[in-house]
Design a protein around this ligand. Structure first.
Ligand code: ZN
Ligand code: ZN
Length: 218
């Protein structure tokens, strides 16, 4: 596995995208894998839709995933990032579309629904006017909403593919004065049909999923 984002790889160390991109996040912890077309992936696709009857259910389900995981494992993430306790601030990665960003359901989940995070949630970044090139690290795509005074920041994002947007957000937060930035992502995206993913996923399935352990404390 890639030691940054847990992408399934054939070797050790960092996977291709993480090796060729910038590493600004102190730690990245996916709650689970999102496998194209399967359960968690469908929830993450659904909760961002507009005018879909299943949206409220998907938002509630993902909020519960987020809450249960962070209550149990935010201290693991903080400790791996070299901090004691929990993060000072919690934020989300701004959406590419500024109008969408105002009402993004992840902001609602992390900033309003989850008890574990809502008291510390703050919109610390907004999109800049620069054109974001997909999968390319560029902290200039984000503008900080204020100066940070050495605070530690936990970024919560829904899906990790190349990691370029979360790493760019971390770069922008560090440049704004954050002491340390780490990320919890609802899911690391995988395609079952790529390379040996199917065999590796089936081997991993024997371990099952449990809120009792994260990749750091397992
Ligand atoms: Zn990686
Ligand atoms: Zn843990």
């Amino acid at each position: 596995m890639c030691r940054c984002c847990l992408n399934l790889t054939d070797g050790e160390g960092l996977g291709w995208a993480c090796r060729h991109g910038e590493q600004r996040l102190a730690v990245v912890v996916p709650i689970s894998y999102s496998i194209g077309g399967e359960g968690l992936h469908r929830l993450i696709v659904t909760y961002k839709r507009e005018a879909d009857r299943s949206v409220p259910q998907a938002v509630a389900a993902l909020a519960q995933v987020c809450e249960r995981f962070l209550v149990a494992h935010e201290p693991c993430v903080a400790s791996a990032a070299g901090l004691k306790g929990v993060f000072d601030r919690v934020t989300t990665v701004p959406s590419a579309d500024p109008m969408r960003d105002l009402h993004h359901p992840l902001r609602r989940i992390v900033g309003e629904v989850c008890e574990a995070t809502r008291g510390r949630y703050e919109r610390l970044l907004v999109r800049s006017d620069s054109v974001a090139i997909p999968r390319v690290y560029d902290p200039a795509r984000y503008v900080p909403t204020r100066r940070l005074a050495g605070e530690s920041v936990l970024v919560v994002d829904d899906m990790w593919t190349s990691g370029a947007s979360a790493q760019s957000a971390a770069g922008a937060l560090l440049a704004a004065g954050a002491r340390c930035v780490a990320a919890v992502v609802l899911a690391r995206h995988l395609n079952r049909s790529w390379h040996n993913n199917d065999a590796s996923l089936r081997a991993l399935q024997r371990l099952g999923f449990s809120y009792e352990r994260c990749v750091l404390c397992a």
